[in-house]
Write a protein that binds this ligand. Structure first.
Ligand code: KIV
Length: 293
C-alpha cells in the first residue's frame, strides 16, 4: 500500500477525482496502527472516546487532557493517515481560548489538524485558527456537544429552512478556511447539495451516500460497542463475541491446568538445577528433596 502521508491537499485531490474518502476513529496506539495499515485516509481522535474508552455517557465530560493524551499515542502510530484531534466542549469558547487549546492539541498531541463543532457561530474561531496555520475540520448537522440528549440522533435538515441553514453554515465554514467538513445525521438531499457546492471534502456520518467520504466509529465497525449497533453504522465483525470466546478459553485452560504448557515457559539446564539442589540441601537440610521437572 502507498504510504505517502495524506494531507488536506490529498483529500481535495481525491474529491476532484471522485475518489471516496474513508475516515474512522481511533483512540489508542494498536488501533491506530491497525486502521492506518488498513488504508484509511483520516484517523479521528474524536471526543467520542469519552463514551468508548472512558465509559462516560456524554462527550461533554471529555477534557483537553484526555484528547491530548489520546492524540499523542494515535499520532505515533499513524504513518499514512491524516490525523484529527477533536476540540472538547468548552475549549473553543472564544478565539483566544481556541488558539491556545488547538495549539496544544497540535503541538503536544502531534496530530495534523483539529475538529470543532458548529456552524456560523464558530466561523470567526475557525478563521482565526486557520489564519494561525492550524488545519481545521468543521462539524455540522447533529453536533453532540450541543445536544441535550446525546443518545438520540435526530436527523437534521428535513425541513427546508433548517436545510438551508445547514447549507449556509457549510459555505461559511469553507470560506473561513476549513479544509474539510463532517456532516452528521443530515438528510441525503442536503448532504448531496453541500458536497456539490463545496470544493473541500464533505465527510458524512449517517448522512447518506452522496458525501465525498464517510466516517464511522471504530467500535461500530468491529462490533465493540456496548449495546445495540446504530442503524447508520455497519458492523463488519463481531469482535466482542470473538474476544469473549478467546478469553473464556484462556480462563478454562488456566482452571484446567492446560496453560502454561511447554513452550510458554523456560527450564534450567539439568546441570544447573542439580547444582541448585545441592546448594539448597546445604542450606535447608539433607532431608529435603527436589525432583526434576
Ligand atoms: O467524536 C466523534 O467520534 C465524532 C464523529 C462522530 C464524527 O465527532
Amino acid at each position: 500500500m502507498n504510504s505517502v502521508k495524506v494531507t488536506p491537499k490529498t483529500l481535495i485531490d481525491m474529491k476532484r477525482n471522485g475518489r471516496k474518502i474513508a475516515m474512522i476513529t481511533a483512540y489508542d496506539y494498536p488501533t491506530a496502527r491497525i486502521v492506518d495499515q488498513s488504508g484509511v485516509d483520516i484517523i479521528l481522535v474524536g471526543d467520542s472516546l469519552g463514551i468508548f474508552m472512558h465509559g462516560l455517557d456524554d462527550t461533554k465530560y471529555v477534557d483537553l487532557e484526555d484528547i491530548v493524551h489520546h492524540c499523542r499515542v494515535v499520532s505515533r502510530a499513524a504513518i499514512r493517515a491524516l490525523t484529527v484531534g477533536d476540540m472538547p466542549f468548552g475549549t473553543y469558547l472564544n478565539e483566544d481560548i481556541a488558539l491556545i487549546n488547538a495549539a496544544r492539541i497540535i503541538k503536544e498531541g502531534g496530530v495534523d489538524s483539529v475538529k470543532l463543532e458548529g456552524g456560523r457561530e464558530v466561523v470567526d474561531i475557525v478563521h482565526s485558527l486557520t489564519r494561525s496555520g492550524i488545519n481545521v475540520m468543521g462539524h455540522i448537522g447533529f453536533t453532540p456537544q450541543r445536544a441535550i440528549e446525546s443518545s438520540t440522533f435526530p436527523v437534521q435538515g428535513l425541513e427546508s429552512n433548517a436545510a438551508e441553514a445547514i447549507i449556509e453554515d457549510a459555505i461559511e465554514l469553507e470560506r473561513a478556511g476549513a479544509y474539510a467538513l463532517v456532516l452528521e445525521f443530515v438528510s441525503a438531499e442536503v448532504s448531496k447539495i453541500v458536497s456539490e457546492e463545496l470544493d473541500i471534502p464533505v465527510i458524512g456520518i449517517g448522512s447518506g451516500p452522496y458525501c465525498d467520504g464517510q466516517v464511522l466509529i471504530f467500535h461500530d465497525v468491529v462490533g465493540l460497542r456496548e449495546g445495540k449497533s446504530p442503524a447508520y453504522a455497519k458492523k463488519y465483525i463481531d469482535l466482542q463475541e470473538i474476544v469473549k470466546d478467546a478469553v473464556a478459553r484462556y480462563v478454562k485452560d488456566v482452571r484446567d491446568g492446560l496453560f502454561p504448557s511447554r513452550g510458554n515457559y523456560l527450564n534450567m539446564s539439568e546441570e544447573e538445577y542439580m547444582k541448585l539442589v545441592n546448594l539448597l540441601k546445604k542450606k535447608l537440610g539433607e532431608g529435603k528433596s527436589y525432583g526434576l521437572i
